[in-house]
Design a protein around this ligand. Sequence first.
Ligand SMILES: [Zn+2]
Length: 261
Amino acid sequence: MNINIFCKIGKISLQILMILVVPILLYLSVFAQNKLDIIVIDAGHGGKDPGTIGISGIKEKDIVLPVALKFGELVQKSFPEMKVIYTRSKDDYPEVKERTIRANNDRAKLFISIHANYKKQEETDKKGFEIYILNKERFPEAVQATTDENNLLMREESGKDDISEYIFSSLVQTGYQKYSEVLASKLQYHFSETTEIPSRGVMQAGYWVIVGSSMPSVLVECGYLSDPLEEKYLSSPQGQDSIARALFDAFVSYKKYYEMY
Ligand SMILES: [Zn+2]
């Protein structure tokens, strides 16, 4: 008699527990999918590849590395559970393709590539930061522009056969367009708020580092090393701190958006 009652109570408790626990577990699993918990920070160039050289001789690779590390430190300090992956944390040169393969293999949720720019010879007085994303409508143009611009690099580093792989990756990347656009607009806002570099806006291109990664991706050109003031600013620890802060503030705002939708 008593045993039956205990069994019944046990069954009812188990049912109540299942009713309560299952939705929580389901909610948590859905929530976990939307959690921005892995970020790849890519300091452009490095090692044998100096990137562009500023008018007073500073190398792009030596500016973007401290910015990347400072940005990563801010992320790690505020979000200790976040996995922060650097494509390079010293003066070495991981190949461009290697950087995105690693990000894809690690199932990163966000890829940010950091660069600095130099005006073309025929251009005068060019300055400001630029945020690059891949634009779906202009996808064929972006592929053309990239295969033109990066042809040599791709042949050297990836092999000719990778052009088709590249185009496939581009199609995958268009699926993340909305997220990349949101991040780009947040970056534009926070760079304008926090740094002394003027905005040149959000641009479209098909750089391999954006296209090859299977996650929302942006490439940030922090300013022009051909401009004396911007070169000085980007070379200074204070300038690099404020760039890292702008990247971080945009990241925090984007993280909230990403985890909400
Ligand atoms: Zn660069």
